[in-house]
Ligand binder design. Structure first.
Ligand code: UDP
Length: 317
């Protein structure tokens, strides 16, 4: 059993990961500054002896003085607003946690010789000119635009990881996560699956932005977490970036119709302006994850949406 630090522990992905780590009997220290995290996500964990919650901002190096972090063996640095709605409302916090926060966690890893995984994003490919995206594609990102605070900060976070590996041999790996989903996102998260499922279940119109021809590739959270844990153990991936996502690509129109079908909803679809710099396509090449980790997603979009819908239904009653 290992001592594991998870930043962003009260967030969507962080809380799922902490629950899985505790289930596997690791000692888990969950950090969060609660800027987008929610206590409800970790409420069941707070009663577990294997879980300790630390309310702290990892963007500040002061966190390194926290004695709970001593002798850490693994660090998952997940902390960051991830929904466009939130990272745009908290642009400076988003930049800070992915740059300074990543540096702080790398210092922690260096101090205790801990393994580390940093969650980067498919957003580092921007509005891609190459499709699908493999890890060697360098991306098409605007430095001046509404998504830049997230995209460029994640890119800088990757640079920190690269340099700490090159200079100090910190065993850090970068996961480039493509859209991840399940139930459990905040009601006001604003991302497409939580919006569509809640709209469909409430009999409201589904709000498609643009003409709905843009595509995304959605990965169910259990697959993502399994991938992150495999990546943590993979020494061959030190200093490297690996795509983790589901190559099953789907247009937003197809997604809307599938959710209407699976919920049995009477909702229709309304069309709204496309946000600026919204990527037109996104699909991961996952050959590297397959080769290094023996990983590929197991949950199809239809299966994952069915589970997600069941959960949302339960929460709403
Ligand atoms: N989108 C949509 N309706 C919504 C929310 C999002 O059509 O209610 C679109 C959005 O414009 C984008 C895609 O769905 O093209 C995925 O958006 P999301 O915010 O979930 O994540 P992104 O991949 O853009 O970071």
């Amino acid at each position: 059993m290992s001592k594991v630090v998870v930043t962003g522990a009260a967030g969507f992905l962080g809380s799922h990961l902490c629950k899985e780590l505790v289930r596997q009997k690791h000692e888990v220290i969950g950090l969060d500054n609660m800027c987008t995290g929610q206590l409800a996500n970790i409420q069941p964990l707070l009663e577990d002896d294997r879980f300790t919650f630390v309310h702290a901002d990892v963007s500040s190096p002061d966190v390194l003085f926290n004695t709970e972090l001593r002798e850490v063996e693994q660090i998952y640095h997940l902390a960051s607003p991830a929904s466009p709605r939130f990272y745009q409302a908290m642009a400076l916090e988003t930049i800070a946690v992915n740059t300074n926060g990543t540096k702080t966690m790398l210092e922690l890893a260096k101090a205790w010789n801990a393994k580390m995984v940093y969650t980067s994003t498919s957003e580092i490919y921007g509005d891609p000119l190459v499709h699908p995206q493999s890890e060697d594609y360098r991306g098409n990102v605007a430095t001046l635009g509404p998504r830049a605070c997230y995209d460029e900060a994640k890119r800088m976070g990757e640079v920190y990881c690269y340099e700490y590996y090159r200079l100090y041999r910190v065993p850090v790996k970068i996961a480039r996560l493509f859209n991840t989903y399940s139930a459990g996102l905040r009601n006001d998260d604003g991302r497409v699956i939580s919006n569509f499922v809640t709209q469909a279940l409430c009999g409201k119109e589904l709000t498609v932005y643009g003409d709905g021809s843009q595509t995304r590739s959605f990965c169910y959270v259990d697959d993502t977490i399994r991938g992150l844990q495999l990546l943590m153990q993979c020494d061959e991936a030190n200093g490297e970036a690996v795509n983790l996502g589901n190559p099953e690509e789907c247009s937003i129109n197809t997604l809307a119709n599938l959710i209407i079908k699976l919920t049995g909803s009477v909702s229709g679809i309304t069309y709204h302006p496309l946000p600026a710099d919204d990527p037109k396509v996104r699909r991961p090449v996952i050959e590297k994850a397959r080769a290094l980790l023996g990983w590929q997603p197991e949950v199809t979009l239809e299966q994952g949406l069915t589970l997600t819908i069941e959960n949302y239904r339960r929460q709403m009653h």
